[in-house]
Write a protein that binds this ligand. Sequence first.
Ligand SMILES: *Cc1c(COP(=O)(O)O)cnc(C)c1O
Length: 371
Amino acid sequence: MVGQKIPLSAPDITEAEINAVVDVLKTPQLSLGPKLPQFEQLISKYIGVKHAIAVNSGTSALHLIVRSLGISEGDEVITTPFSFVASANCLLFERAKPIFVDIDPVTLNIDTTKIEVKITDKTKAILGVDLFGLPADWLRLQSIAKEHKLKLIEDSCEALGAELNGQKAGTFADAGCFAFYPNKQITTGEGGVIVTDDEEIAALCRSMRNQGRSEQGQWLQHERLGYNYRLSDINCALGVAQMQRIDELLNKRDKVAEMYNQRLKDVQALRLLTSAPGAKRSWFVYVVILEDGYSQSDRDNILQKLQAKGIGCSDYFSPIHLQPFYISMGYKQGDFPAVEKIAQRTIALPFFNNLNEKQIDYVVSTLKPLL
Ligand SMILES: *Cc1c(COP(=O)(O)O)cnc(C)c1O
């Protein structure tokens, strides 16, 4: 199989998706047509919320949530450094300050025991992330938020279909969001959605995604500062086709993860992703963590050797506070030891719905001798 490349991720696109997109192209409504509300309704019904507002990326969804909660200059928002950079950048967009709290080394989500000492009179909200498809400890986050009168934001961009105590991820905060880049559980090419039960947040997000227009007003009347964060009907049609087979898509991901788990569970050098009490992970990436004895350069060597054998792999994620422009803001190595220790030893292996057993065997048999 050498020479044949296995990508890190790949979307699951069938004739149904292709036809759905082509059908839109045969109509005059490429944007703000019937596919937008259809996609939003499929999302809101599946998640179990009153409102779903589709936008052009997960980052846009986060930005609109932050704005709709009135988070602004000087406000502090508690969040995790172990995430995709957008979950902290959305605060910087509004000149608010991300206050990072280290992670729980087992779940890899924010360590809720370390939050309360970081709360000041500037703290406005907690932005929790359901990392790698595993819900954060939302019951604890909810009680901290209630006690300190803070808003809650749920970044569920990696967790469509995940659950905590039978309740869907994305529903635990004032507003939640999902993303639909091609490596996510479902894709619209690019895209995202805000989900909420809050009438006011929903109305603000709908207006701000569409240049600050009001829903009833004239096209060239702008009630507030807005953006063009609209998701086209072409993208929405793709999303509809994906949502129509969401259970199938998630089952395929579970099966691929299970094939890896079976083959890797007895490998001494590796720690596999685990669950948390009451939580059901929605598989997003398949990440393994090298045990304590390994260094970052050991990990990077392994990544390089896997890549040389045609295996797509990556270091998922570098901590946000150590990204170059966060370092220029004053963060440094040593600020959050738990996340730093783990992040330098992660390996994301190829993971996508149609990854087959033969490919998984090849990945595993290539990886094992490198350990
Ligand atoms: C993918 C992702 C986002 C949003 O990504 P976009 O590329 O803007 O759609 C936000 N947060 C997390 C944790 C993500 O994984």
